[in-house]
Write a protein that binds this ligand. Structure first.
Ligand code: ZN
Length: 349
């Protein structure tokens, strides 16, 4: 199995985010990648560095002004008075209408860094430090390299993306995510495969991925996650969101109640698998998070490490060319075991 990762992805070292009204330590630790690399090593998988591919694959999904913001935010932040914080961090949150036909907004009319960052950073869990953009771009390039390998005939490829991507919308970062790696990869796969499905098993709804493809019938988006009624990302991820216009029926959300474990997860996964088969997907992107694990510090589900083998086996049973894109998972002590178990299920069933 081929895999991709660039060491620059570990440079992004967020310091803080806001949780329950307090500034707390960041959860997306650079150490996460070391644990996942160890798990790959146990399977004899040596990740290749992705080639630099320019911004075209990114701009096939994201708005140009948004990408330009991410690229320049750190330098612009330095122009603020010396009392500024250590990271680019927003304090304004513009209203979004929620119109699915207007998912990508016009560029911000505010031109200064303070106004632009409120427009582009959707919550307080996406601080940007001096190396964030470099890591974000390398993470996207890792997803693109994985997609290209799949287009080249590989049966299964792992893209060790960090930062994660599935909460990033066309024009907005949020939830530890800046560019939507899974969506960028799915879009890239469309160059070879007519119909692509995204299966997101991170404990949080893949709201960004849903938004990117919500009006399209060539990419099916399926997400199994904790019920967003009282869980991040809160405002989307409900079962009645089935797509818009031409994309009607091409989005499937399978929310699970807090505390749900494998007996609840398994039928949701079976429903997801049926939907992917019925859609006739020619290729599959798995947005793989481990934060549905019972040990996760911010998750609400109760999967065990061994359950990830069952997920891997279910993916294998789908029998599609498959790109695995790394998403969340913050219990550093178990995420390596989760990946190990998933890869075993993918290999052996
Ligand atoms: Zn997550």
């Amino acid at each position: 199995m081929r895999a991709f990762y660039h060491p620059d992805q570990a440079l992004h070292d967020p310091q803080q985010y806001l949780r329950f009204g307090r500034v707390v330590a960041a959860k997306d630790l650079p150490e996460r990648t070391a644990r996942l690399l160890d798990a790959l090593d146990r399977h004899g998988i040596r990740p290749e560095h992705p080639v630099e591919c320019g911004l075209d694959p990114v701009l096939a999904v994201h708005a140009e002004g948004f990408v330009d913001f991410l690229r320049t935010a750190w330098d612009e932040w330095q122009t603020l008075p010396a009392e500024r914080g250590p990271e680019v961090w927003p304090a304004t949150f513009p209203y979004w209408s929620g119109r699915p036909d207007a998912g990508t907004r016009p560029p911000s009319r505010a031109t200064g860094i303070l106004g632009r960052l409120g427009w582009s950073l959707g919550d307080m869990s996406v601080p940007m430090g001096p190396d964030t953009w470099r890591s974000v771009l390398r993470s996207a390039e890792t997803a693109v390299a994985g997609a290209d390998a799949l287009c080249g005939g590989e049966a299964a490829v792992f893209a060790l993306c960090r930062p994660s991507g599935h909460h990033a919308r066309t024009d907005r970062a949020s939830g530890f995510c800046y560019l939507n790696n899974a969506a960028i990869a799915a879009q890239r796969l469309r160059e070879r495969f007519a119909r692509v499905a995204v299966l997101d098993v991170d404990v949080h709804h893949g709201d960004g991925t849903q938004q990117v493809f919500y009006g399209r019938d060539d990419v099916l988006t399926v997400s199994i996650h904790g019920n967003p009624a009282d869980f991040y990302p809160f405002y989307t991820g409900f079962a009645d969101e089935r797509g818009h216009g031409a994309g009607g029926g091409a989005n499937l959300n399978l929310p699970l109640p807090p505390g749900a474990a494998w007996p609840q997860f398994e039928p949701a996964l079976a429903t997801a698998s049926t939907a992917i088969r019925d859609f006739g997907a020619d290729a599959l992107v798995v947005a793989l998070g481990y934060d549905a694990h019972e040990a996760d510090p911010i998750g609400i589900l109760k999967l065990t490490s061994a359950d990830f083998r069952r997920i891997g086996a279910a993916v294998r049973a789908l029998g599609r060319p498959t790109l695995i894109v790394q998403e969340g998972g913050y219990a550093v002590e178990v995420i390596g075991d989760c990946l190990d178990a998933f890869l075993t299920g993918l290999r052996d069933g």
